[in-house]
Design a binder for this molecule. Sequence first.
Ligand code: FMN
Length: 365
Amino acid sequence: MDVGHQPIIHPGRVMGRFFFRLAGSRLGRYVVSMSALDRQRHLLSIAPMMDWTDRHCRVFLRLLSRHVLLYSEMLPVDALIIGGAFHLLSRREEEGAVVAQLGGVHPERLADGARRVEDAGFVEVNLNAGCPSHRVQQAGIGACLMKTPLVAARAVASMKRAVSIPVTVKHRIGVDTVDAESQLVQFVAALADAGCDGFIVHARLAHLRGLNPKQNRQCPALRPDIVYRLKARFPHLHIELNGGIHDLEEAARHLAHLDGVMIGRAAYRNPFLLAGADRAIFGDFSRPTPSRVDVLRKLIDYGERLAAEGEPIWHLARHLLGLFHGRPGARRWRRFLSEHPHRMAASARLLQESLRLAETLEATP
Ligand SMILES: Cc1cc2nc3c(=O)[nH]c(=O)nc-3n(C[C@H](O)[C@H](O)[C@H](O)COP(=O)(O)O)c2cc1C
């Protein structure tokens, strides 16, 4: 994508609009709770994705954009607090600003989890209220929370009391309902009262029976119009859109109406779309747009450190499969990485060899 010399959206305009809204806000408590959230940072984020947005993926994505906000995979709070799986909170300095997403419902455990998230250096903690998987349903967490706004509000209030970092919620426009808008409004109002600092809305209904998680990300149709109306109804709240956004131009179009945009699958399949984000979305022209080869060169150093720690290089290399998405040689690139004869045993040399291939492919017009 040609990002040109002008940001697609000038952040100054967004901030101006924000302060204007605050000045007109009727409810002082929102001003207090929202002051903690770094709104510039929230213009563009990459969605939490289980098995995808692990720490190696985040190190890679950070090399493409200094400013994009990254999320962890969902971390089940029971695994953390009861199971003692604190390794889930380990992060690398190179990842920059990352939000940790928790899955849970029990207020005390969520508060404990949120404290550990803050201690581990994450910039915010997010509660998952949108995942429709069977396992999540059995635990009464994820999208189930949308059906019980008061339970969700109690959970958020408990997390808010426990930490000084912002607490946000990622949810759907509705769950198992024919009247999404009234369910959504009730849910958001209850969470706002509990002090929730921001709402990331996946603009699609979730059906807990009959559809698996993958189907629940494909149908029914996306309804960004409902999220726009939510923002119009609660102009003082921080509201972001997620779902089906393919590129930065589309993101910028939504940013004219909303506070932030979150991209999921498109950014994983085509991570290079992020290379233009610092200029086009965040208005930062202080660095040249990185090339694929620049990113790989920097990753080699990281890969060598991983290998020295005994971590299979494939854990990093698998996230690079989409780096040449849409470019000549994309298939050759994927084949090179994934058909490496001993991919689990591959050493950091795999990255050096991939750099040579990348140089050849990048030189291809
Ligand atoms: C492989 C995969 C794993 C996901 N895991 C999570 C998760 O852990 N937490 C969450 O809130 N959403 C999860 N999601 C949903 C995404 O965050 C996002 O809401 C959804 O993919 C819609 O955005 P998109 O159309 O931009 O991909 C996952 C999606 C995918 C594809």
